[in-house]
Ligand binder design. Structure first.
Ligand SMILES: *[C@@H]1O[C@H](CO)[C@@H](O)[C@H](O)[C@H]1NC(C)=O
Ligand SMILES: *[C@@H]1O[C@H](CO)[C@@H](O)[C@H](O)[C@H]1NC(C)=O
Ligand SMILES: *[C@@H]1O[C@H](CO)[C@@H](O)[C@H](O)[C@H]1NC(C)=O
Ligand SMILES: *[C@@H]1O[C@H](CO)[C@@H](O)[C@H](O)[C@H]1NC(C)=O
Ligand SMILES: CC(=O)N[C@H]1CO[C@H](CO)[C@@H](O)[C@@H]1O
Length: 325
């Protein structure tokens, strides 16, 4: 009887072990490319938006190790200061500053830029990292649908207001953290602000497609200035971005879905690698208007190549944010 039981269990244990090892390697594989080149960023000034947690925080940490001067532009000043303290402690780099920036408010963006320009006359790298994902229907202080408002319009104004400084400091770089989800997006020309109907997924994809369209439009406008602008997909990262995804927030979601998705999710540290690559790799000095994923060049969706929509969006964004490039 014992023997029968042993024989039954053996293959079972082996099978479970093999499965575990398989899952482990699958997760390793899904972590994606890493940016390993040594660079020395002493004297470089960098702004990272939305950097109190997740990919943004990991990006700041690595930049701090490379000795850059970093401005963490965050809405939640308290949490940002906590993150800053941890990073200072870990790297011994004391040139890290927290400044308040609410991308859902055009006034806050203008104030942030005014104050920044009083402190610094250089800007080498702007990392547009902040984002909201699939939130319920909400409006920004200026009445923009939240996802388009923060992911796109807010960064549009921020970038435009900092362009003079970036040009003066050239060679300099703008890095836009977009998402693979731009491939499912469409720009709703008749209802850009989702006033007639709202779907959280579509609004998210639209805002991310807008990022990629803008990156290409801006690259054209910046030709010959020494300022490059590129967009990227960080990968599926297990960060707080999903906090509005109802499916991940109930008990079932937490226990079952997160476990099932775990092998496919990058850690925030690995999610930051493509951002670091786009911001720092010397090989990309002259590369602009491109899209990266897993530390490599990737093609964008056909919808992101549509220059006519890009131009339409640019003009709308100038109107909405009362800014002219
Ligand atoms: C980095 O660059 C700075 C200034 O360019 C220099 O003073 C410093 O020694 C460099 N650091 C290393 C580790 O090479
Ligand atoms: C970091 O920067 C400081 C000055 O800002 C410089 O004295 C120091 O050598 C740099 N460290 C490294 C490792 O490059
Ligand atoms: C990317 O850059 C463009 C160009 O300025 C900007 O309008 C867009 O909102 C940016 N996207 C993100 C996520 O920062
Ligand atoms: C970028 O362009 C400049 C000027 O044309 C050139 O000197 C430099 O070698 C180029 N850098 C790279 C990495 O291709
Ligand atoms: C200016 C500054 O505090 N730089 C520090 C940043 O981090 C590096 C590496 O950890 C330190 O060597 C620098 O002194």
């Amino acid at each position: 009887m014992g023997c029968f039981f042993d024989c039954l269990m053996c293959p079972c244990v082996a099978w479970v072990a093999a499965f575990g090892v398989g899952i482990y390697f699958l997760r390793e594989y899904m972590q994606g490319g890493k940016f390993k080149k040594y660079t020395n960023e002493t004297g470089k000034v960098v702004i990272v938006t939305g950097s109190n947690t997740g990919i943004g925080k990991e990006t700041v940490l690595e930049l701090a190790r490379r000795n850059a001067t970093i401005y963490m532009a965050c809405r939640d000043k308290k949490r940002a200061e906590q993150a800053m303290k941890e990073i200072v402690q870990e790297t011994n780099n004391k040139s890290i500053f927290v400044r308040e920036l609410d991308l859902a408010s055009l006034d806050s963006i203008r104030k942030f830029v005014d104050d920044f320009k009083k402190e610094q006359d250089k800007l080498h790298i702007l990392i547009n990292n902040a984002g909201v994902m699939r939130c319920p229907h909400m409006l920004t202080k200026n009445g923009f649908e939240m996802q388009l408002g923060v992911n796109h319009m807010g960064h549009f104004l921020l970038t435009n207001l900092l362009l003079d400084l970036l040009k003066k400091t050239a060679p300099s770089r703008i890095v836009n953290v977009s998402s693979l989800f731009h491939t499912c997006g469409a720009i709703n020309i008749d209802d850009l602000n989702s006033e007639k109907s709202y779907d959280e997924g579509n609004a998210y994809s639209q805002s991310k497609l807008a990022n990629v369209l803008f990156t290409r439009e801006l690259a054209k406008r910046l030709e010959g200035t020494g300022v490059t602008v590129n967009a990227l997909h960080p990968g599926a990262v297990d960060t707080e971005l999903g906090r509005h995804m109802k499916i991940l927030n109930n008990l079932f979601g937490r226990l079952v879905l997160k476990t099932l998705l775990w092998p496919f999710m990058k850690t925030p540290k690995n999610g930051a690698q493509t951002t670091l690559y786009a911001a720092l790799d010397p090989d990309l000095d002259n590369v602009t208007g491109m899209y990266f994923s897993d530390c490599a060049l990737k093609p964008v969706a056909p919808a992101a190549m549509d220059d006519k929509t890009g131009k339409f969006l640019w003009e709308e964004s100038e109107k909405w944010t009362h800014s002219k490039y």
